[in-house]
Structures are given as C-alpha cells and as structure tokens.
Write a protein that binds this ligand. Structure first.
Ligand code: SF4
Ligand code: SF4
Length: 146
C-alpha cells in the first residue's frame, strides 16, 4: 500500500541515500523487524547509483519544493568534473555556520570556480534548479570566505 501523499514512493535505498545526502547527516539508522530486513538494508552498499537515485522525487514534489538543490547528482556528468551535489552541500553547510564546510570545499579537485556555464546540469535537474547560476553564486560566496 502506498502511503505517500504524492501517490508514489521511493524505494528504501533511495530513502537512505536521500537522508545521507542531507546537510549535516552522517548516519542513518533505519528500523528493521527481522534479520531479512537487516540484510536488505545492508545491501544498500551493493546497490548501483541508479537504484538509489532519488531524483524521481522531482516529478512528484510540489512546485514550492522545487528549485532547491537536494544534492542528488542526477545532473551528472558535469563536463568540468564538478561534483555538483557536494559543492552545493558544502555551500549550504557553510551558509548555515559550519566553518569546516569551507575547508572541505577547498579540498575538492574541482569546485564552483571551474564551472564553464555549459547548462548541462540545468537541463538535467528534475528539481528545476538553475545550477549554472548557482555555481556562480557559490563561487562568489566561497571567494569571500577565505
Ligand atoms: S542541481 Fe538538481 S540534479 Fe543536480 S544535484 Fe542539485 S538537485 Fe540534483
Ligand atoms: S553548468 Fe557548470 S556545473 Fe553545470 S554541468 Fe556545466 S560546467 Fe558543470
């Protein structure tokens, strides 16, 4: 039975990845009622990115919930080699006061400053994020927080 108000729901691997992708979340503890359920949960580590890709959410999220990067990386690949989800995550964490996030951002091989503005991510994003514009904002923000 589907209990989601959207009439569709994510699989458990999509749910776990979605939770782990959120800013500040380091651990997810799903409930389990049997050994079989624990084994199923542990198989998360063996799943392909396609299985845990939760970007389908973009098709049943309300318009108010869109235009916000949720770090799903469905917009990959970036021709400039940017991990778009991670760059956005560090940026959001930094803006929420996490000083370590700026340091982590600086360790990335490629960051917002490497964006060439090709727009591939804009076209691929199911959440209607104008990511190429956001990359410019992130670059400016991070440049001002050295
Ligand atoms: S820009 Fe869109 S597709 Fe890319 S990580 Fe953010 S929400 Fe996901
Ligand atoms: S617009 Fe920038 S971040 Fe988006 S895919 Fe192109 S180079 Fe990558």
């Amino acid at each position: 039975m589907i209990r989601s108000p959207f009439g569709e729901e994510l699989n458990i691997f999509q749910c776990i990845r979605y939770a782990l992708d959120k800013s500040g979340v380091l651990t997810v503890l799903p409930g389990a009622q049997s050994v079989e359920e624990v084994e199923t949960l542990l198989s998360y580590y063996e799943q392909s990115e396609e299985v845990s890709d939760y970007s389908i959410m973009g098709t049943f999220a309300s318009p108010q919930a869109s235009e916000k990067c949720v770090y799903c990386n469905h917009c990959k690949p970036c021709p400039a080699g940017i991990d778009i989800g991670l760059v956005n995550k560090y940026s959001d964490l930094a803006r929420s006061g996490d000083a370590m996030a700026v340091e982590h951002y600086r360790t990335l091989d490629k960051n917002a400053g490497d964006c060439i503005g090709c727009g591939h991510c804009d076209r691929r994003c199911p959440f209607s994020v104008s990511q190429s514009e956001r990359m410019q904002e992130i670059r400016k923000y991070m440049d001002n927080h050295k």
